[in-house]
Design a protein around this ligand. Sequence first.
Ligand SMILES: [Zn+2]
Length: 184
Amino acid sequence: MKVYGSFYDILGISDDSDLIAIKEAYKRKLLAYHPDKKPLQNHMEDANIVNRIQEAYAVLSNQKTRAEYNEGLIEESKREGVVGNGEGLDIYDLDDFRMVQEEPPTDDYSNSYLRIYWEKDCPRCSTEQGFMLTETALSEQGTKVTETGEIGRYEVLAQCNSCSLWLKIIYYDLDEVDGTFLHR
Ligand SMILES: [Zn+2]
């Protein structure tokens, strides 16, 4: 059996658990890997798991080391692109991007050709157009945000096409925003 994941995963708790929940999970996990409960050949790898459980508990049960550990997790997720709901990512407004409207091909006389995308140089590696968002990407990958109470607010997560940086980009659906609120 391999041990995956964060100290929270090891203890089987969510990252907002309080100290009581952490202690309970710690006792429960230790008990589950108690040598008396397992056949002899498993003792070696169980010892490793128990070490990880104790390490996890030592860090998470102390407010200071836990805060430092959480910081590290966020930094790691930014590097790895393991973004989940994008918590901890730097946030940009789509207004921080350049809007580009592609010229229609000269032989296309229909008025249907209107290709728009938004581009931004990567704030980390400076690659030009490191971030490019098409209207299609926004409509297919954007998720509606209701927690902030803002009408028509959407978020999308995007990764630089040259480095591993992920950003959270917010934008507003003007149809939903409806005459009462002006787009910034
Ligand atoms: Zn980059």
